[in-house]
Structures are given as structure tokens and as C-alpha cells.
Design a protein around this ligand. Structure first.
Ligand code: HEC
Ligand code: HEC
Ligand code: HEC
Length: 270
């Protein structure tokens, strides 16, 4: 009985302190942020007119931007903009409450808008199909393994030293979230059935089954197929010595064919 009462009381305390934190986040946001960002996070009239850059829509960050990054921006600010460092106004715990408030924002992704932006801002390098056969040396987005958050991070900040520059001032946050989701929708979905057929027609004559394939070289000692990324497996199958070993039977395989075969290999060697 005593135990039950203790549990009940601690639950009450926990939920009421969570509630208090929620209220605190809201109040802190109201006092420190809403003048520019508005309580709904979409930007106040004044905030949207700020120079050189307007306040950004925070609702489009909730699903895609990591807590660490929000913490860094809020405490350190963004140099050269009206977003001054808040570490002098809020203590560390208060910043966490404010982040909780921001992470509570909801926004509906608009894929049609994502497609529109992609065709304007990304297509010259990545191509409309995302396969980047444009001669610009961009990454093939169809086989990208990045999480949604990492995709958003790449779009926001670019990749130093490459043609993939930051798109943060070319696109607003809603556009970035939409484009990232659109790009994920372009990903190639491997076809296991086709993979099995291709294996039978191209590989089976030498490798009776996927589990009989022996990895070579420094991969052989400890590694199994599941330790190798799709990229590395593709290299080992379609490039280098294996092309000669396989009597060049693997050379005609397309990128998608290889993805299908790899998916089949992984299933069979799990
Ligand atoms: C005086 C206006 C002003 C106030 C007050 C303000 N901000 Fe900002 N904030 C901005 C502006 C302007 C930007 C965009 C800067 C840029 O484009 O780099 C911004 C950007 C941000 C960003 C980054 C958005 C992005 O997409 O990179 C976050 C997060 C943010 N603010 C959170 C807050 C929080 C939390 C508070 C309150 C603790 C706050 N801001 C208070 C003006 C303000
Ligand atoms: C001027 C050419 C160019 C434009 C325009 C461009 N990119 Fe890129 N993108 C690149 C290059 C080059 C890379 C490879 C960077 C590297 O080597 O890491 C890349 C890499 C990426 C990656 C990383 C993929 C991965 O798996 O590592 C993503 C995601 C991406 N781009 C998305 C976009 C989106 C979305 C747009 C439009 C908003 C865009 N890019 C516009 C050239 C471009
Ligand atoms: C004409 C024979 C032949 C064909 C066809 C063939 N291979 Fe191979 N493969 C070899 C030989 C020989 C090796 C070297 C290892 C061994 O003896 O098992 C090898 C090695 C491999 C390795 C390990 C490579 C490394 O570097 O660790 C993989 C993975 C592989 N094959 C996959 C495939 C796949 C997938 C196909 C079908 C698309 C295929 N092979 C078709 C002969 C063949």
C-alpha cells in the first residue's frame, strides 16, 4: 500500500513538474522571442521585416533540426543578424524549456512545394530525377543514406569545399523542410524479386548461393557482408579484380540492378 501511494505521489509530482516546465517554456518564449518570432513561431509582423535577414519560421524546425543545433543558435545567436545571443538573458535550464516549446510546434509538409523548389534550386546539379547525371559532380540523392535531419543540415549549411553551398538564404525553413522530404521521396526502393532473378542469371554459376561468397583481402578476416556498406559492396562487385574473376558478367549491371542484387544478398546472409 505504502509503495502504491509513493508511486502515485511521485507520478503527480513528475507530471505537475512537466506541466510547470511547459508553462515556463511558453512564458519565456513570450517574453524573449515572440516579439520577432510570434507565439506561433511563424514570425511576427516586425520580425518578418527585419534586415538584413527576417526572423525565420521556427515551426519548420521542430521535426528536422536537432536539439543541439537549436541550443547552439539560441545561446550563441547568429552573427550579423537581429538574432543576438540569448545566453545573457536565459540560463541553461531556461534555454532547454524554450527549446521544448519550439519542439512542440507542428507543421504539415507540402511535397508539391518541395518539388517546385527542387526544380528551381537543386535541379541544375542533382537533375530532376535526383540521380545527379548533370556533370556537376553532385551526389546521387536516390541512393543517399542520410537521415531527414542530416539532409536538412546539408541543405541548411552545405558541405565546405564543395559546390553544395548553404541554401539557408535561398530557401526559407518551410521550403527546406519540404525539399528535404521531397528528396527522400526520390529514393530508390530496391526490388528483392528482381534481385533474386538477377542473382540467378548473373551470379549463381559461380556463387551457388550468397552465403557461399567469400570476401577478399582486408575485409575477409573479421567482416561479413553486413559490415560493408552498399557503396563498398558495389565497388567489390562491379569494379577492380572481380570484373575479371566474373568473366565480366557483372559489368552490364546498372546501378539499380546492383542495388537489387545487394538487397537480395543482404536478405540471404542475414
Ligand atoms: C529581435 C528579434 C529576435 C528575437 C527577440 C529573437 N530572435 Fe531568433 N531570430 C531572429 C532573426 C532575424 C533570425 C534569422 C537570422 C538569420 O537569418 O540567420 C532568427 C533565427 C532564429 C533561429 C534559427 C532559425 C534558423 O532557421 O536557422 C532560432 C532557433 C531562433 N531564432 C530562436 C529564437 C529564440 C528561442 C528566441 C528567444 C529566446 C529568439 N530567437 C529571439 C530574430 C530574433
Ligand atoms: C551547384 C551544384 C549544387 C546545387 C545547386 C545543389 N547541390 Fe546538393 N550537392 C552538390 C554536390 C557537389 C554535393 C556533394 C558534396 C560532397 O561531396 O559531399 C551535393 C550533396 C548534396 C546532399 C548530400 C547527399 C549525401 O547523401 O551525402 C544533399 C542531401 C543535397 N546535395 C541536396 C541538395 C538540395 C536539396 C539542393 C537544392 C535545395 C541542392 N543539393 C542543390 C551540388 C549541388
Ligand atoms: C565467373 C564467375 C563469377 C561470377 C559470374 C560472379 N563472381 Fe563473384 N567472385 C568470383 C570469384 C572467383 C571471386 C573471388 C572469391 C572466391 O573465390 O569466392 C568472387 C568474389 C565475389 C565477392 C567478394 C569480393 C571481395 O572483394 O571481397 C562478392 C561480393 C561477389 N563475388 C559477388 C558476386 C555477385 C553479386 C555476382 C553476380 C552479380 C558475382 N559475384 C558473379 C567469381 C564470380
Amino acid at each position: 500500500m505504502f509503495k502504491i501511494v509513493t508511486i502515485f505521489v511521485s507520478l503527480m509530482v513528475l507530471s505537475s513538474s512537466a506541466w510547470a516546465a511547459d508553462m515556463q517554456g511558453k512564458a519565456l518564449f513570450n517574453n524573449n522571442c515572440a516579439s520577432c518570432h510570434a507565439m506561433d513561431g511563424k514570425g511576427s509582423k516586425m520580425g518578418l521585416k527585419l534586415k538584413p535577414f527576417p526572423a525565420r519560421d521556427l515551426t519548420a524546425l521542430a521535426a528536422t533540426v536537432q536539439r543541439d543545433e537549436l541550443r547552439r543558435i539560441i545561446s550563441g545567436g547568429i552573427q550579423g543578424t537581429a538574432m543576438t545571443p540569448k545566453k545573457y538573458d536565459l540560463d541553461a535550464l531556461e534555454i532547454e524549456y524554450v527549446i521544448d516549446y519550439i519542439l512542440g510546434f507542428k507543421r504539415t509538409v507540402n511535397l508539391a512545394n518541395g518539388k517546385k523548389r527542387f526544380s528551381k534550386v537543386c535541379v541544375s546539379c542533382h537533375g530532376m530525377d535526383g540521380r545527379s547525371q548533370t556533370g556537376m559532380g553532385a551526389k546521387n540523392l536516390v541512393y543517399s543514406k542520410l537521415s531527414l535531419a542530416d539532409t536538412v543540415h546539408t541543405i541548411r549549411y552545405g558541405r565546405a569545399g564543395t559546390k553544395m553551398t548553404s541554401k539557408r538564404h535561398q530557401l526559407n525553413n518551410a521550403d527546406i523542410e519540404d525539399v528535404a522530404n521531397y528528396v527522400h521521396g526520390l529514393r530508390y526502393q530496391h526490388n528483392l524479386k528482381k534481385g533474386a532473378e538477377l542473382y540467378a542469371s548473373t551470379c549463381k554459376s559461380c556463387h551457388k548461393s550468397p552465403s557461399t561468397i567469400k570476401l577478399q583481402g582486408n575485409a575477409a578476416a573479421k567482416k561479413s557482408m553486413s559490415d560493408l556498406s552498399d557503396y563498398v559492396l558495389d565497388l567489390r562487385i562491379r569494379h577492380g579484380r572481380h570484373v575479371a574473376r566474373s568473366n565480366k558478367q557483372v559489368q552490364h549491371l546498372s546501378d539499380d540492378d546492383t542495388r537489387d542484387i545487394i538487397a537480395y544478398l543482404r536478405q540471404e546472409t542475414k
